[in-house]
Design a binder for this molecule. Structure first.
Ligand code: TMP
Length: 211
């Protein structure tokens, strides 16, 4: 059985991850593949509990390293209980965020050394890395404005503008370090233009000739 492909979608808040994941899923399914979507932190019942702890903590401060470890604990659950079994069964997996988020938010944003993040990543998921990572990119102002128009902001969304600036810059740096894994899509384009780019990428991966 041919192993499924592992695709991750990354970017700061408000760049349109959910919409574009829907486009991606539909296109890959149309080419005849089974697709499973997941998200991080989360994706399994226990990992979703951890997501809840990280996003809606009470008054107790969470040290940056505890936040990193909680997120990687959730990732270990998601990789072992959801992602790997699906890939091995030939199902394609699309994850809304993965370790590049930890690099960009905990590394770039909060200032945890990248070597620390990468060492834990190696420990948690070894050579399990996405076949393709789509980085949806837009200036921080654009993303924050779009995110602000949605549900009540969580604790991450309340972070300052310069935090997101560091996160965005870190994403762009990671992408330029690994050009063969990353595709950057400029989401200041129209929705139709962005969707067309996402569909073209899906077609490239599936070898599907669109009519
Ligand atoms: P979202 O997936 O709905 O955008 O929310 C998840 C939040 O968690 C988002 O603000 C980014 C943050 N996050 C990290 O800080 N590190 C991580 O490794 C992941 C997966 C998410």
């Amino acid at each position: 059985m041919e192993r499924g492909k592992f695709i991750t979608v990354e970017g700061i808040e408000g760049v349109g991850k959910s919409t574009n994941i829907d486009v991606l899923v539909r296109r890959i399914e149309a080419a005849g593949h089974r697709v499973l979507t997941t998200r991080e932190p989360g994706g399994t019942p226990l990992a979703e509990d951890i997501r809840n702890i990280v996003q809606h903590r009470g008054d107790e401060p969470i040290p940056e390293i505890a936040e990193l470890l909680l997120i990687f604990a959730a990732r270990s659950l998601n990789v072992n209980n959801v992602i790997l079994p699906a890939l091995e069964a030939g199902t394609w997996v699309i994850s809304d965020r993965f370790t590049d988020s930890s690099r960009a938010y905990q590394g770039g944003g909060r200032g945890i050394p990248m070597e620390t993040v990468d060492r834990i990543a190696d420990w948690v998921h070894g050579d399990i890395w996405p076949d393709l990572t789509i980085l949806l990119d837009a200036p921080v102002e654009v993303g924050m404005e779009r995110a602000g128009n949605r549900s009540a902001p969580d604790r991450f969304e309340q972070e300052r503008h310069d935090f997101f600036q560091r996160v965005r810059e870190c994403y762009l740096q990671i992408a330029s370090n690994e050009p063969s894994r990353f595709v950057i899509i400029d989401t200041t384009q129209s929705l139709a233009e962005v969707s067309a780019e996402v569909e073209a990428l899906a077609d490239l991966l599936t070898g599907y000739d669109s009519p």
